[in-house]
Unconditional design. Structure first.
Length: 392
């Protein structure tokens, strides 16, 4: 395959067999043809043809020879060529655009950050996305697809993925996939940010090797992503993981969330809730005051951590995951009062659930952009019904 300019290369149309083999090597690493045949169920003859196709397309490479440790000839290993394609990921917040470029194995090649236009108007934000992608294309000539994620609900519509509610941007019923594809000419995946982050951790992050997984991300809001039997739980309308209004404390004395619910998760756990409950300037101030012994700040931080533990317990009882990942810009709340988190977890956890590994994962907003790029990788490697993409 000869590449001359950025706009002359596009991800090739792969059939199901080619995608299945590529996915195995992508997610599980270097494999022999015999191992790939066992894992995919293809015959050795079919597997040989499929791997030859992928070698010709430059997505995999024939590598080292490894001994089987017993009788028979050593096996030639097949491995991914990460540099064979690049993917862009974008996270939109209420004030900024975070963008990354990754290779085919989700290694971040570069990252950038831009302020959003003050108006947050859809045409201006979409135009900014177009400029960012043009800039990326000038340096990365095998850009295959784009992922965009944001806080809010995303639904399938006839014209592609539609943002039906994004409170931080003030958007409703925005056909974002179509608009972005028009300005970038790239196949585009649009998703909720926590759902994208869940896919990212499942394939390349802290959840690798787990077939069932819960990801809880909290900051300005809170949401959860669920993986069951290696599949992301999507829900009937694409809105799973709504844990923000689960009841976790007294309805008589607990704080009130922005929707008037007393004692729910959102009233305790989100960054705005902790800051307001502490009477602080920001989260750092709330954590500092709690550490200095301020009773109000201590109650806010410990109450937030305890409520987060209760929310995680609900999810563990419901899903029975192999692992839970807790992350987001609100993470200092949990880390600052881990004993309260464990107290809330233990108080709500069914005794039959047993011990589940829980990881507090360091967070940066660019992590969401990284996850959006993985949603794009996942889409071209393993298309699934309901994913938001179309050919450019």
């Amino acid at each position: 395959m000869t590449i001359t300019t950025a706009h002359q290369w596009a991800w090739p149309e792969l059939h199901d067999g080619q995608r299945a083999v590529l996915r195995e090597v992508l997610v599980h690493g270097s494999r022999s043809r015999a191992d790939l045949a066992r894992r995919t169920g293809f015959s050795r003859t079919s597997l040989t043809r499929l791997t030859r196709d992928l070698v010709d397309l430059q997505f995999i490479v024939e590598g080292e020879i490894r001994s089987k440790g017993g009788r028979g000839r050593p096996s030639e290993m097949l491995d991914l060529r990460p540099e064979s394609a690049q993917f862009a990921g974008i996270k939109l917040t209420g004030s900024a655009l975070y963008a990354v470029v990754t290779d085919l194995r989700a290694n971040v090649i570069e990252s950038v950050e831009h302020e959003l236009p003050r108006s947050k108007a859809v045409p201006e934000v979409v135009a900014l996305i177009g400029r960012v992608i043009d800039d990326v294309r000038a340096r990365h000539h095998r850009l295959a697809a784009l992922g965009v994620c944001l806080a809010g609900d995303v639904e399938d519509a006839d014209g592609g993925a539609e943002v039906v509610d994004s409170p931080f941007l003030g958007w409703d019923r925005v056909p974002l996939q179509r608009l972005v594809e028009e300005v970038t000419s790239l196949p585009t995946v649009v998703s909720n940010d926590v759902q994208a982050l869940t896919v990212g951790h499942h394939w390349f992050g802290a959840g690798v090797g787990r077939s069932s997984l819960v990801v809880v991300a909290f900051g300005a809001g809170i949401g959860a992503g669920l993986v069951v039997h290696d599949e992301l739980v999507r829900g009937a309308r694409g809105h799973p993981g709504k844990v923000g209004h689960l009841l976790v404390s007294s309805t008589e004395s607990g704080p009130v969330c922005e929707r008037g619910h007393r004692g729910c998760v959102s009233a305790w756990v989100t960054v705005p809730a902790v800051v307001a409950n502490a009477g602080a300037i920001d989260l750092d101030d709330a954590i500092r005051r709690a550490g200095s012994g301020d009773p109000r700040a201590q109650a806010a931080v410990r109450g937030g951590a305890r409520a987060l533990g209760a929310a995680v317990a609900y999810l563990v009882d419901l899903v029975d995951p192999e692992k839970v990942i807790v992350t987001g810009e609100g993470l200092p709340t949990a880390r600052g009062a881990e004993d309260a988190f464990l107290e809330g977890l233990g108080a709500r956890l069914d005794p039959a659930s047993g011990a589940v590994p829980i990881d507090f994962c360091d967070f940066d907003f660019a992590d969401y952009a990284w996850a959006a790029s993985i949603a794009a990788i996942r889409r071209v490697v393993q298309p699934l019904d309901g994913e938001h993409v179309s050919a450019a």
